[in-house]
Every structure is written in structure tokens, then in C-alpha cells.
Design a binder for this molecule. Structure first.
Ligand code: ADP
Ligand code: ADP
Length: 229
């Protein structure tokens, strides 16, 4: 399980306007760091840089002590599992949807990922289990079930790093708590960055970063942040 670190990272999408300004932080191996802050603070940008959609203007992003600029985009991406706010389900069967993006995943891996994402209660109800069509023209899934498919899709890659990008913010509060339980379980043994806009979703974080205008304005654990008020 690797450590993830941003080292003095500056980035902007457009010339003359920086979005991240000398940002440094470290997510120790196997721990969970939550990133909170107002809309537009640069939270999702951190995820896009980690996934190498973009490269920093200056500074370094380190995974397991290695600058990700010096390894291939494919190998960086293979190490990172993203759970987004909303996932696209294809008009295909459940197996296809879970295995999507993980070439070489066999049925046993799909089934294990489904179990780990706590999809078993849904799958038990399906007449032909993994062969049932889901998506717009197939079986309609609830928001929570869709999110569990997204989690299974992430887990089938068995990534050492998890990037949760507002992974529960499209859900009602009860479903959110259920999915948070699953996310807490799958984060064990992985290095996790959880981008959040609701404080109720970061109870499990070992460390919290508060971002504003691309700068860290606070960091610490829950108790530390409360003490500083
Ligand atoms: P957050 O996730 O904290 O809401 P983002 O990282 O999405 O913030 O965005 C930070 C800033 O970068 C915002 O001002 C946003 O408008 C800008 N931004 C995001 N994506 C792009 C893009 N593709 N091109 C130009 N500006 C962008
Ligand atoms: P919690 O943290 O409250 O256990 P989970 O999301 O892990 O929440 O579990 C949600 C439901 O799925 C519970 O009923 C739980 O018993 C069940 N469950 C948990 N793990 C698995 C699993 N690996 N396979 C199938 N079902 C599971």
C-alpha cells in the first residue's frame, strides 16, 4: 500500500489563473484523508492530477515515493480506483457493468467484487443473477444499488489507492450512511482520499484537509481541528 503525497504542487487550467497554489500534503499508506472546502476550492482538481488527466505546472505528486510524472499514465491509473458521485451504467448485464474497465477480470473476480460491494442482496433477487440487463433499458437500480455497482467496478481492479469523489453526495441520507459503511470497509488496507462537501461523510477520516482557493487552510484530525476552532 503506497503513500500518496503532493509536494508544493501548483496547477491552473488556464494561463494566468492558478487553481492549486503550492499545495503540499501526505496521505500515509493505508490511511484515509478527507478533503473538504467550498465549491471551487480545487478539491476535484486534486483527483484529476492524481489520475494524470493533467500534470502540475510545478511541484511533484508522489505515489509510493515515486514521482508519477516518471511512470506511465496506465500504471498510475491501474493503481487508483475512483468512485465518482454518479456512475454511468451501460445497457448491458450486471457482469459487464462490474467488469467494465478491468480487462481480464474473470467471473470469480466479478463475483468477489460484487460481494465486497455488498451487492449480494440485489443479486440474490435477480432471476439470472449476473446476466440481468441493467441500465436505461434493463433493470432500474436504486441510487444506492447503482453506487454499489460503481464500487464493485472499482474493486474488481483491486486498487491499492482509492479516490472517492463526492461518492455519496447524490444519495439520500439513509442510503448515504449505508454506502459509507461499505466504503469504510473497502478502504481498509488501502490509501484513500475522500473528497467531500458534507462534513457528515468524513467521520472515518484519519486526517482532514481544509482547502480554500487551492491552498490548505487547516489540517488535522477531528479533535485537532475542533480544538483550534
Ligand atoms: P471543487 O472540486 O473544490 O469544487 P474544482 O477542482 O472542481 O473545485 O475547481 C476548481 C476551480 O477550477 C474552479 O474555479 C473551476 O471553475 C475551475 N475549473 C475546474 N475545471 C476546469 C476546467 N476544465 N477548465 C477551466 N477551469 C476549470
Ligand atoms: P455496515 O458497515 O453497516 O456493515 P455495509 O455496507 O458493509 O454496512 O453492509 C450493508 C449490508 O450488506 C449489511 O446488511 C451487511 O450485512 C451486508 N454486507 C456487508 N458486507 C457484505 C459482503 N461482503 N457481501 C454481502 N453482503 C455484505
Amino acid at each position: 500500500t503506497p503513500t500518496v503525497a503532493f509536494d508544493n504542487v501548483t496547477f491552473g487550467y488556464d494561463p494566468g489563473r492558478t487553481i492549486l497554489n503550492g499545495l503540499s500534503f501526505e496521505v500515509p499508506a493505508g490511511s484515509t484523508t478527507a478533503i473538504v472546502g467550498p465549491s471551487g476550492a480545487g478539491k476535484s482538481t486534486i483527483g484529476r492530477l492524481l489520475f494524470r488527466f493533467y500534470d502540475p505546472l510545478s511541484g511533484r505528486i508522489m505515489v509510493g515515493g515515486e514521482d508519477i510524472a516518471s511512470v506511465t499514465q496506465e500504471s498510475v491509473r491501474a493503481a487508483i480506483g475512483i468512485v465518482p458521485q454518479d456512475s454511468v451504467l451501460f445497457n448491458e448485464n450486471l457482469s459487464y457493468n462490474i467488469a467494465y474497465g478491468a480487462e481480464g477480470a474473470d467471473q470469480a473476480m466479478v463475483e468477489q467484487a460484487a460481494r465486497d460491494a455488498a451487492l449480494s442482496p440485489l443479486i440474490e433477487r435477480l432471476p439470472d443473477r449476473f446476466e440481468t440487463m441493467v441500465g436505461e433499458r434493463g433493470l432500474k437500480l436504486s441510487g444506492g444499488e447503482k453506487q454499489r455497482v460503481a464500487i464493485a467496478r472499482t474493486l474488481v481492479k483491486n486498487p491499492p489507492i482509492l479516490l472517492l469523489d463526492e461518492a455519496t453526495s447524490a444519495l439520500d441520507t439513509r442510503t448515504e450512511q449505508e454506502i459509507l459503511g461499505t466504503l469504510r470497509r473497502i478502504a481498509q488496507g488501502r490509501t484513500t482520499i475522500a473528497i467531500a462537501h458534507r462534513l457528515s461523510t468524513i467521520a472515518d477520516a484519519d486526517n482532514i484537509l481544509v482547502l480554500d482557493h487551492g491552498r490548505l487552510v487547516e489540517s488535522g484530525d477531528h479533535v485537532g481541528l475542533l480544538k483550534r476552532g
